[in-house]
Ligand binder design. Sequence first.
Ligand SMILES: Cc1ncc(COP(=O)(O)O)c(C=O)c1O
Length: 403
Amino acid sequence: MTEPTPAVRDRALSLRPAELPAYIYDLASLRDHAAAVRDALPERVELYYAAKANPEPEILAALGPYVDGYEVSSGGELAHVAEAVPGRPLAFGGPGKTPDEVAAALGAGVERFHVESAYELRVLAELARAHAPGRRVAVLPRVNLPVADGSLAGSSLAMGGRPTPFGTDPAQTVEIVRALTDGTYPHLELRGIHAHLASGLEAAEQVAVAESIVSWATGLGVPLAEVNVGGGMHVDYADPERRFDWAAYGKGLARLTEAHPGLTLRIEPGRALTAYCGWYATEVLDVKRSHGEEFAVVRGGTHHLRTPATKGHDQPCSVLPVDSWPHPWPRPAAEGERITLAGQLCTPKDVLARRVPAAGLRAGDLVVFSLAGAYAWNISHHDFLMHPGPGFHFLSPRDGSAG
Ligand SMILES: Cc1ncc(COP(=O)(O)O)c(C=O)c1O
């Protein structure tokens, strides 16, 4: 739903202006949604949640009963998720894993490594010998597979099927598979193949992509226990009521598991699991006209909710009218039908939604942005993906200090 749930609406209206903006998450609706997704998936399809979409501990815990594990893409995410949902299986993916992160993951007993390059495999093998003696570490090489039939064409965020820093080309993946099966790396075990080729695909495209990945992986001619076909299920910000067709996707995956008895499939969606459970609620501070267009300036902005800026869309929203006006001065109100909702930042890029129908919008009304449960707050601040921050060096040689 894009309209706030009654609980979200009540909470938003109960907050004082100084408590806004606020992210409000409806964990009950998240649980219902996750349960429905789980129900749509056949047996032998494991559901991992890509924590990068929203790693709030409450979100990770609410998803707990419905997911088989969590995909983490940095040492920071790994430590955070392991603490928030202790004991749950983790798959460690993502490009540019540092030796320290790999060693920490081995120490933490991470179940699976999604290996992104031949170099990374080498590092993992060396570190596994030192940090995980006596066990074989499960590896799923990530393949960047070209998909011939145009299934990725609908993607707004393709990570595979074209030159990218993610995974390895099929020929290189074959080399990695060979090294994992010819005794080169005795501390590592080839568990399966991983791919995440694109985000924003509809169910039919996702099924076609999964078929391509499974067919390529099983064609390698080596025993594989698992194939992870990635995440990337579509979330439609332009038509927020429309949902990814989990039932059709589940049917497609069922055909695949029937065709490959003994193979476990895994998916790792992020956005399509948590986008719908979050709202960013704020207050209109001012309403004004500029060169024939009306603007409402709201508390906060794209430094809190970066999603519309990064994806280039209008964030869906609704207005909660507030009739009281506590000030002695007149209340500004919109005269026209369509208003652009901007934040408080001094840049013309700080726009959350353009020309939304909001006739009569007044200062003091609330605006609640929906589909703000994934890649929203967490991509807006500098801890996105929980990698460590940069150092800061202020060089001032003329003072005689190189500080
Ligand atoms: C490796 C991997 N898996 C899963 C996901 C989740 O994708 P989405 O949130 O579109 O489902 C991503 C997103 O970037 C990813 O890189």
